[in-house]
Design a protein around this ligand. Structure first.
Ligand code: C2E
Ligand code: MG
Ligand code: MG
Length: 598
């Protein structure tokens, strides 16, 4: 090769080299740019990973944390370095631990499987709720990627929404949701020209179950009742709990009253089997009132009012049945409602007063006792007989406050008489059926005795036969406790009830009171006279005292004396009088004895 051509080759090579160098530089530049882009992307990814609004975790097959983003770490309330390598379960509440391990097991049970779970997570700020969604990443072997979302707020909102619409105890719709469903049903009925029914259910004597077995048992009973009622309705019907032991149903789109009768009868039927509550077998019944729309009302309030009065009617005629609403019933319900309101007011304003009727020992002619009888002067209505308002007080939950008021008054009055140096004469207080099995009864009495400092021997309680015969065993237990406190017990209105004579021996009582219907007929009806003398003889052989009430005439007194009756009470001596008048009576007792029995 000559010199010239070598030079050309060299020049060419130099040129090539230059071209390569330029290319290399360009490549190098590209590489730098790519590297830069990669760094930017990695930073972005890291930011995204760390500051994403959810927690990201990588978990190993045993549930240990291999990786966690910053959000995840802050959800757990710890530094990332404190978390990585630790078992995730240490942040899981005790209640959720089992769910967590089940979740891990489910995720790893097959490749590509995805699972979700909701857990309670312990973190620095307290307990939070989180949902975990995990998936195994195949190429990474035994690890799974988990997305953790804080759902505390969401659940809180859901719970608030639920509480606003449902009754927590029974899970049934509450009044608000019921009103909403009813207004939809009413609107649909208006559009289609159809009708429906509203049923108002009240558990008969629920209060006495609640009082005697305690609130936990009462709650359980309400839950079980709700379940049974739910079983009686169609999908389109709604059953809700309004309050306490009151349930309501709306049956939209019914074909006539017969349909309502079937549902109501079904409900009565399912209630027949006893409930098993805390080892007790409890029998309950319900009273149901029915109003029909559009006839008995076109909105919630009107329909409830009508169904409520129908329900009270059902209760009045013996409970455990259902009644349709009627106009006449409405008038009665309105009267009893206004009486209830006035009674509440009277109780608050002290317009109920206690009068005292003397009880006289026939043999000595001395006042040996007295009965406290409540009196109410109702504005615009004059004196209302307790026979008219006591049943309403019982129905509407006022009998306990009334008893407490009478008890307080009586104890204070005894204290006053004692401080005046007058003889200590026991006072009998009437006690209603609804109270005798109440837990608080003993406490109320003990409290009244303690605060007034009077002896329990100054008090007697009068219970009617029917009061005792309802749930005899429980009542006997309560009577024994009252006796153990030192109180004396009398059976009031004896003879008209239905005491089984075999039970009579086991009642811890000290006196029988012959009902005044027999006394009234003593001298005109030989049956009444025979019954009265049989009661007196029976009392004698059971070593019980016997008193006759409603004694109005000398003849009646004469007959009772001849039969050996111990005591009498009635208009012949005195009606029930105010405490001040009784004070006078006590002061001149000797005179009274001379006048009437001499
Ligand atoms: P009860 O306990 O059998 O009371 C006797 C009733 O007979 C009283 O009526 C009394 O005034 C009346 N009476 C007394 N002597 C005669 C008489 O010679 N002839 C006639 N015809 N009647 C006489 P009252 O005060 O109207 O009470 C009616 C019922 O109301 C009571 O019957 C009792 O069951 C209830 N009651 C009264 N006060 C209370 C109370 O404080 N608590 C409770 N739970 N019930 C009460
Ligand atoms: Mg009485
Ligand atoms: Mg009586």
């Amino acid at each position: 090769m000559d010199e010239e051509s070598r030079c050309r080759d060299l020049e060419y090579l130099a040129h090539e080299l230059q071209v390569h160098q330029v290319e290399l530089e360009a490549r190098n530049h590209e590489l730098i740019e790519m590297q830069h882009a990669l760094e930017v992307a990695r930073d972005r990814y890291a930011d995204l990973y760390d500051f994403a609004p959810v927690g990201y975790l990588t978990l190993g097959i045993s549930g240990n944390v291999l990786e966690i983003n910053l959000t995840g770490a802050s959800m757990l309330g710890a530094e990332r370095s404190q978390i990585v390598g630790m078992p995730f379960s240490i942040w899981v509440s005790r209640e959720s631990t089992q769910d967590f391990f089940k979740h891990i097991q489910a995720v790893f049970s097959s490749k590509k499987s995805r699972a979700t779970v909701e857990l309670e997570i312990k973190c620095r700020g307290g307990m939070r709720e989180a949902s975990l969604e995990s998936m195994v990443v195949e190429r990474e072997g035994n690890v799974c990627r988990t997305v953790m979302v804080d759902i505390t707020e969401k659940r809180k909102q859901e719970r608030i929404h639920y509480l606003a619409q449902y009754d927590v105890l029974t899970g049934l719709p509450n009044r608000i949701l019921f009103q909403d469903r009813l207004s939809h049903a009413l609107a649909a009925a208006g559009r289609d020209g159809t009708g429906g029914a509203l049923l108002f259910l009240d558990i008969d004597r629920f209060k006495s179950v609640n009082d005697s077995l305690g609130h936990a048992a009462g709650d359980q009973l309400l839950k079980d009742i709700a379940d049974r009622v739910k079983g009686c309705i169609r999908k389109a019907d709604t059953v809700a709990r309004l309050a306490g032991d009151e349930f309501v149903l709306v049956l939209p789109d019914i074909d006539g009253e017969a349909h309502v009768c079937v549902v109501a009868e079904n409900i009565l039927e399912v209630m027949r089997a006893p409930f098993s509550i805390e080892g007790h077998s409890i029998s309950v019944s319900v009273s149901i009132g029915v109003s029909l729309y559009p006839n008995d009302g076109r909105d919630f309030n009107a329909l409830i009012r009508s169904a409520d009065s129908a329900m009270y009617h059902a209760k009045k005629i013996g409970r455990n049945n259902f009644q349709f609403y009627s106009e006449e019933m409405n008038a009665k319900a309105l009267e009893s409602l206004s009486m209830e309101n006035d009674l509440r007011l009277a109780l608050k304003n002290g317009d109920l007063v206690v009068h005292y009727q003397p009880q006289v020992e026939i043999g000595s002619g001395k006042i040996v006792g007295m009965e406290a009888l409540i009196r109410w002067h109702r504005p615009g209505d004059g004196w209302v007989s307790p026979a008219a308002f006591i049943p309403i007080a019982e129905e509407r939950g006022l009998i306990v406050p009334i008893f407490d008021m009478v008890l307080r008054e009586v104890c204070l009055q005894i204290q006053i008489w004692q401080s005046m140096g007058l003889p200590s004469i026991p006072v009998a207080i009437n006690i209603s059926a609804l109270q005798i099995r109440r837990h608080g009864l003993l406490g109320s009495i003990a409290h009244a005795l303690r605060t007034t400092g009077i002896s329990p021997t100054c008090l007697e309680l009068e219970l009617t036969e029917s009061t005792i015969m309802h749930e005899v065993e429980a009542t006997i237990l309560m009577m024994r406790e009252l006796k153990a406190m030192g109180l004396k017990l009398t059976i009031d209105d004896f003879g008209i009830g239905y005491s089984s004579l075999s039970y009579l021996r086991s009642f811890p009582i000290h006196k029988l009171k012959i009902a005044h219907s027999f006394v009234a007929d003593l001298t005109t009806n030989s049956d009444a006279a025979a019954i009265a003398s049989a009661i007196i003889n029976m009392a004698k052989s059971l070593k019980l005292k016997v008193i006759a009430e409603g004694v109005e005439t000398e003849e009646q007194l004469g007959y009772l004396r001849a039969q050996g009756c111990d005591e009498v009470q009635g208009y012949y001596f005195s009606e029930a009088i105010a405490a001040e008048k009784f004070t006078e009576l006590l002061k001149c007792e000797q005179l009274l004895v001379g006048k009437n029995l001499g």
